[in-house]
Design a binder for this molecule. Structure first.
Ligand SMILES: Cc1cc2nc3c(=O)[nH]c(=O)nc-3n(C[C@H](O)[C@H](O)[C@H](O)COP(=O)(O)OP(=O)(O)OC[C@H]3O[C@@H](n4cnc5c(N)ncnc54)[C@H](O)[C@@H]3O)c2cc1C
Ligand code: FES
Length: 333
């Protein structure tokens, strides 16, 4: 069955088949809703059903909902009638801007045993537009896809840098990345995601990362610095041990050279000689900023951390729900 989905407070509407998620149908019709994992885990795509009947999956058992409901994950919601919905944001996009490219491995660096910095070059003439903070999908030989964020700023158009954490048993990060060499080929599709810097805002920015969640934040900060932003920027980067902050010298250098940039590393399981902040990274943010009413937050990395940021910053520190953007690095996505 084919249904019509209308968006409250706008002129927008799009068709959606009963076996198609609302997120997929919106994208097919050229609209972008907020999303990250597409697996019903990260809550980025949650929005309101105003009227109509839907099937919500990803839960056990699946639920049928009728009429007004908040907090529906549109990546796991299928229509059972025409609907009126109220997503957190919706904008028109150009679907042809997404490209599939066979890239060449240019450089492979391993700053720590479980993180690989992968530089890919695109074939000459294949320049791709993306926004700082967005991600790509690697298309594997068996048809599976894996998501990784671009770590370079968009101005560097002839390729991408990826920061890949090795997941134990991971088909791509262990099975493919660990043996990659210069000259090898990888097929990637980009850009994806709505985790990108909102340049129209003048609010101070709080970046919160764990592990390789630093990758898209590096892209955003480098892009903002390139554009000469005057916004205050603070980066909290959390990890277990100091060596897990695999590129700490870079934000340390920004902090020395850029007046409006501050770097606060936070370790949850430090060696005895660590003199910096300790504990969970989102708690360190709250200790320093009991009020976040005037901030804009970008949180990226471990899904437990992004969930804690979303919940605690909005409930305990007054951060407006519309001022937090998250990319949860969900495994298998
Ligand atoms: C938007 C987005 C951007 C991302 N960007 C980055 C990035 O820049 N850098 C980065 O390092 N990672 C990033 N990730 C995470 C990355 O995509 C995953 O870690 C990916 O699954 C790794 O692929 P893999 O083939 O190595 O591991 P997989 O084969 O996917 O899985 C590894 C192991 O986890 C187990 N597993 C699979 N699914 C689950 C599950 N749901 N729960 C628990 N265990 C599971 C598997 O059995 C296997 O043992 C991103 C994720 C998203 C959604
Ligand atoms: S829960 Fe839908 S995109 Fe993550």
């Amino acid at each position: 069955m084919n249904y019509q989905i209308a968006v409250e407070g706008t002129e927008f509407s799009f068709p959606c088949d009963s076996n198609e998620s609302i997120l997929d149908a919106a994208q097919k019709a050229g609209f972008e809703l907020p999303y990250s994992c597409r697996k019903g885990v990260c809550a980025s795509c949650e929005g309101r059903l105003v009227t109509g009947q839907v099937l919500v999956g990803g839960e056990n058992p699946d639920r049928i909902l009728d009429g007004a409901h908040d907090g529906l994950p549109f990546c796991k919601t299928w229509p059972l009638s025409d609907l009126l919905i109220a997503p957190k944001r919706i904008e028109k996009i150009d679907p042809s801007a997404r490209k599939t490219i066979t890239a060449t491995v240019f450089r492979v660096l391993r700053p720590t045993p479980d993180v690989t910095l992968l530089h890919l070059r695109f074939p000459a003439g294949n320049k791709v537009k993306f926004k700082a903070g967005q991600y790509l999908q690697v298309l594997m030989d068996d048809g599976q896809r894996r998501s990784f964020s671009m770590a370079n700023p968009p101005a560097e158009k002839d390729g991408v840098q990826l920061h890949i954490r090795q997941v134990p048993g991971g088909r791509f990060s262990e099975g493919v990345v660990s043996s990659l060499c210069g000259g090898d080929k990888l097929t990637v599709e980009l850009p994806y995601g709505d985790f990108y810097l909102r340049e129209e805002s003048s609010k101070p920015i709080l970046f919160v990362a764990t592990g390789t969640g630093f990758a898209p934040i590096k892209s955003m900060i480098e892009d903002a610095l390139r554009q000469g932003t005057s916004r205050d920027m603070i980066l909290y980067w959390g990890a277990r041990k100091a060596q897990d902050l695999y590129l700490a010298s870079l934000p340390m250098r920004w902090a020395e050279e850029v007046e409006n940039f501050t770097f606060i590393p936070v370790l949850s399981d430090p060696e005895p000689d660590w003199v910096g902040r300790t504990g969970l990274v989102h708690k360190a943010v709250l200790e320093d900023h009991p009020s976040l009413i005037a901030h804009q937050v970008y949180a990226c990395g471990n899904p437990a951390m992004t969930t804690a940021c979303r919940e605690d910053f909005t409930k305990l520190a007054g951060l407006p729900v519309s001022e937090i953007y998250c990319d949860a690095f969900v495994i298998g996505a």
